[in-house]
Design a protein around this ligand. Sequence first.
Ligand SMILES: Nc1ncnc2c1ncn2[C@@H]1O[C@H](COP(=O)(O)OP(=O)(O)OP(=O)(O)O)[C@@H](O)[C@H]1O
Ligand SMILES: [Mg+2]
Length: 506
Amino acid sequence: MTTPLPFAVRMLGITKRFPGVVALDDVTLEVRRGEVHAICGENGAGKSTLMKILSGVYQPDCGILEVDGSAASFTGTRDAERSGIAIIHQELALVEDLPVAANVFLGRERRGLLGLVDDRSMEDECERLFSLLECSVSPRDRTGSLRVGDQQLVEIAKALSLEASIVVMDEPTSALTEAESVRLERTIQRLVSQGTTILYISHKMDEVFRLADRITVLRDGRHVKTVDTSATSPREVTGWMVGRDIAGHGFHQERPRGAKILEVRQLTLPWPEHPRGYRLKDISFDLHAGEILGVAGLMGAGRTELLEVLFGAGEDTWTGTVSLYGKSVRFDHPSEACRARIAMVSEDRKRLGLFPDLDVAGNVSLCALHEALRNGLLSRAAEEDLAAGPVRDTGVKTPGLHAAITGLSGGNQQKCIIGRWLLTKPEVLLLDDPTRGIDVGAKAELYTLIDRLCRQGLGVILTSSELPELLTLADRIIVLAEGRLTAELPRSGATEARIMEAATAG
Ligand SMILES: Nc1ncnc2c1ncn2[C@@H]1O[C@H](COP(=O)(O)OP(=O)(O)OP(=O)(O)O)[C@@H](O)[C@H]1O
Ligand SMILES: [Mg+2]
């Protein structure tokens, strides 16, 4: 008989209430030293809240916390860091105007002689961490100029720089490409071999099953199960998460392809400060009504830039032509694109999507507010009527339409943004990694919703960091590699291998 490893963390009978919700109800979690312990559950199940209690962001209403065998109670994250606990937050919390190195060492700047901030030493340490993560970000880059995926890597570097013995990762790969996720997995394995304990939250089952020694499942704020990964299956775990069997994604049936909506020709977006000279080069494709066009590519391939040009949200230095229903268009601002019935769900919900001062109804009805005007005045009742439909259709879990948007779980915030755009009744919907952070059950529902809208004539352009999602949804896939279109694959000819080959071409 082997003696069980001592526990790095014990959380006993933890309860946490927020106005209108019991986020955690008498939850017990025991984490062994040196294990990778995954926490799974639907959006709003309480995963982030539990981890925020462990890392000192929140205090529990009742329950006991033990770290390395001693009772602990943290009044803030710094407090938890002193006990060797670091957290990588789901919602990135970086100061955009600071350089990357300053963010990594925020609040614990290294100082040299005379107490001056030692930029050099912090930059060197960042270089070292980034090379561990095999990422090419420079410590001197302005954080706000980085794409979400790179920002996520900065958060990860920040947690690593603390050299914590317990690292909490709350959906660390949600904005990473597959290749970057694989690198993170290598980093995790290295940390584990050095004795670090990892708590890992992810909606990606393949990742959980590759990494975790044990899995804990939460549902509606309650502990459902803790099991050895080797003794269960992804299907069983999802079953515990949702409390029902979810249908596979095999719903895709041929959709009738309608008239041509969008025609893009020779689209080029210059990038003068880069040796390559362009972000996008000579991109041409069509989009038809009723069609989902997938855009695949590695991070930095130009997927987001392409969608932003079409939506009038990017730099306006592009050349080439974009025609909507046969008429050449050029949008200088997203509001013009909206008027032309184009909508975009952005990959970065914090920067481009959420309005923290507005409640759920306000956030969802935002782009259709003209419909809530009564005699020229904004009617709150009409605003709520507007928001109620999409909140229901996308399955947002919220205590009510009045609830603060910032109180919703990450996945539910994302559903609100998708709902907002559906309210504008778009004819072209641009989805930039729309299911980032959305749980498996909600994903399947969202896929069904998108499929239904396409059958009513909507045209969709979709990017995703998850290839299976593109292969499930798209009728046709174009592949970008370093700003160029390297392949156009019909649904029948698209496989992960062929997409990856085209994505790494050149
Ligand atoms: N600061 C807060 N104020 C009010 N309610 C909150 C707050 N934080 C969390 N909640 C609520 O607590 C519940 C659990 O949220 P939590 O963020 O822990 O979910 P989660 O499992 O991390 O979900 P996701 O997969 O979407 O990230 C949700 O109903 C959420 O709305
Ligand atoms: Mg969460």
